[in-house]
Ligand binder design. Structure first.
Ligand SMILES: *Cc1c(COP(=O)(O)O)cnc(C)c1O
Length: 433
C-alpha cells in the first residue's frame, strides 16, 4: 500500500546532479529516516501535496514559519499588491518601519530592530554586536542548540548538524571555534564554572530559550532567571535566539512566556510569513552600535525587501489577536492527550515534550532534559515511526532532532486523524519490539 512517489524519485535523481546532495538545506534530506526527500508541488491550509499528487497533513510548517497554514488569504493579498509595485528597490520603504513598530510593540525588551534575510544572518550579526558592544571575544552556547550555520555557532549544534552526527564542521577554523564555549542545556553549574574561569572575557551567552533544534525541551524552573542574573553580574549580554520560538510560543515569544528580558533577541521563520527574513533586536543603547548609527558594520542588498516585509507584516498582524495562541494551545493539548494515551496503552518507550504549539515525540522511555538525553533516543525506531506516519499521510520532520509544529489551519478532524495514525504506528512498532 506504499504511496507512489515515482516523480519525486526522478526529480531527486535530477537534483543530485546539480545540487549537493540534491537539496538546498541538509535538514530536507531524508537520510536519517532512510528515505528519499519528497518533492512538493503545493500547500493548502494544513496540507502539503507532492508532485505525484499525494496529500499529507503537515507538521513541519516549512520548519516553523507557516503558523497560519499554507497560503493564508491575508498574506497572499498583500503579496499580490506589492508584486504590482515592484519586488525590490534597495531603498527604504514604509512597510519596514511598520513591521519594526509591531515587533517593538510585541516585545518589551526591544526598542529597535534590524532586518536581515535569514535566521543565520540574525544570529551572526547578534554575536558581532555582542562582541563589538562589550569589547570581548568569547561566546557561550548551549549544547544541542542550533543558531544557523555561522562559523562561531556551528559547534556542538542541533538540527541538521545533530542529525548528521557531526561535532563541528570542516571549514570552521580552530581559532573561531576556540572562542565558543559549549555547556549543556539546563545545567546551571556548568555556566557558573565558565563565568568563574572566563568572566571578563565573555561577550554573551546565546541560547534557544525553549529548544527546538534538538527536539523540544523546556527550560527547568529558574534556569532562564539564573542566566539573566549571571550574565548581568558579569557584564555579558544575554541573547535569546527566538528564530523558532518568536511569535510562536506567544506573541512576544519565549521571553513573554517566561517573563525574562534578554539584551538581544533574534528572529526569523514566522517573522517573514514564508518569505526569507531574519531580524535582530534589542534596547536602543545596544542597537545603536549598528551602522550607520554606530561603528559595527552589517548590511544587506535585499534586507527589508518589500515582498518579504509585506508577507511578514500580514502574518504578524494576524498574531495581534492573542486568541490565536489559546486556539493553538487547545489544538496542541488535544494532540498531546491523544499521543500520551496511545503511549500508555502500548506501554511504548516514548517520551512526549511540548511547549505551546511545538512538540517532539522522543523515542526513549526516559525524561528528556538535554542533548545527552536526546542522543540516547532510538533513531532506528524513529525512522520506522516516520515511515509509518508518512504512509498514513502525515508529514513530520525527518529527524528525531527536530520540533513539530501545530498550525492554525489544523482542524479537529485533522488532529483526530493524526492521533489515529500515531495509534496505528505505535501498535505496529510495539509488535516488533
Ligand atoms: C532556523 C533557526 C535558525 C537559522 O535560521 P535560517 O533562516 O535557517 O538561517 C537559527 N536559530 C534557530 C533557533 C532556528 O530555529
Amino acid at each position: 500500500m506504499e504511496k507512489k512517489r515515482k516523480k519525486s524519485a526522478k526529480a531527486f535523481k535530477k537534483a543530485q546532479k546539480v545540487i549537493p546532495g540534491g537539496v538546498n538545506s541538509p535538514a530536507r534530506a531524508f537520510s536519517a529516516v532512510e528515505m528519499e526527500p519528497i518533492f512538493i508541488d503545493k500547500g493548502k491550509g494544513a496540507y502539503l501535496y507532492d508532485i505525484d499528487g499525494n496529500q499529507y497533513l503537515d507538521y513541519v510548517n516549512s520548519w516553523g514559519p507557516m503558523i497560519l497554514g499554507y497560503n493564508p488569504p491575508q498574506v497572499i493579498k498583500k503579496l499580490k499588491k506589492q508584486l504590482k509595485k515592484g519586488t525590490s528597490f534597495g531603498a527604504p520603504t514604509e512597510v519596514e518601519t511598520e513591521i519594526a513598530e509591531l515587533i517593538v510593540d510585541f516585545y518589551p525588551a526591544v526598542d529597535k530592530v534590524r532586518m536581515v534575510n535569514s535566521g543565520t544572518e540574525a544570529t551572526m550579526s547578534a554575536i558581532r554586536l555582542a562582541r563589538g558592544y562589550t569589547g570581548r571575544d568569547k561566546i557561550i552556547k548551549l549544547e544541542g542548540c542550533y543558531h544557523g550555520h555561522g562559523d562561531s555557532l556551528l559547534v556542538d549544534a542541533g538540527s541538521g548538524v545533530a542529525t548528521l552526527g557531526i561535532k563541528g564542521s570542516p571549514g570552521v577554523t580552530e581559532n573561531t571555534a576556540k572562542e565558543t564555549i559549549v555547556v549543556p542545556y539546563n545545567d546551571q553549574k556548568a555556566v557558573e564554572k565558565v563565568f568563574a574561569e572566563y568572566g571578563s572575557e565573555i561577550a554573551g551567552l546565546i541560547l534557544e530559550p525553549v529548544t527546538g533544534n534538538m527536539g523540544v525541551i523546556a527550560p527547568e524552573a529558574g534556569y532562564l532567571e539564573f542566566l539573566r542574573e549571571i550574565t548581568n553580574k558579569n557584564g555579558a549580554l544575554l541573547i535569546f535566539d527566538e528564530v523558532m520560538t518568536g511569535f510562536r510560543l506567544a506573541r512576544g515569544g519565549a521571553q513573554e512566556l517566561y517573563d525574562i528580558e534578554p539584551d538581544i533577541s533574534t528572529f526569523g521563520k514566522i517573522i517573514g510569513g514564508g518569505m526569507p527574513v531574519g531580524a535582530y533586536a534589542g534596547k536602543e543603547e545596544i542597537m545603536d552600535y549598528i551602522a550607520p548609527a554606530g561603528p559595527i558594520y552589517q548590511a544587506g542588498t535585499l534586507s527589508g525587501n518589500p515582498m518579504a516585509m509585506q508577507a511578514g507584516l500580514a502574518t504578524l498582524k494576524e498574531l495581534k489577536n492573542k486568541k490565536i495562541y489559546s486556539k493553538l494551545e487547545a489544538k496542541a493539548e488535544k494532540l498531546e492527550k491523544g499521543f500520551k494515551k496511545n503511549i500508555k496503552e502500548f506501554n511504548f518507550p516514548a517520551y512526549f515534550n511540548r511547549v505551546g504549539s511545538m512538540f517532539t515525540l522522543f523515542f526513549t522511555a526516559k525524561k528528556v532534559e538535554n542533548y545527552q538525553d536526546v542522543k540516547k533516543c532510538d533513531q532506528q525506531l524513529f525512522a520506522s515511526y516516520f515511515k509509518e506516519m508518512i504512509e498514513a499521510g502525515v508529514y513530520l520532520p525527518p529527524s528525531q532532532f527536530e520540533a513539530n509544529f501545530i498550525s492554525l489551519a489544523l482542524s479537529e478532524e485533522d488532529l483526530d486523524k493524526t492521533i489515529e495514525a500515531n495509534y496505528q504506528a505505535l501498535k505496529k512498532l510495539k509488535a516488533g519490539l
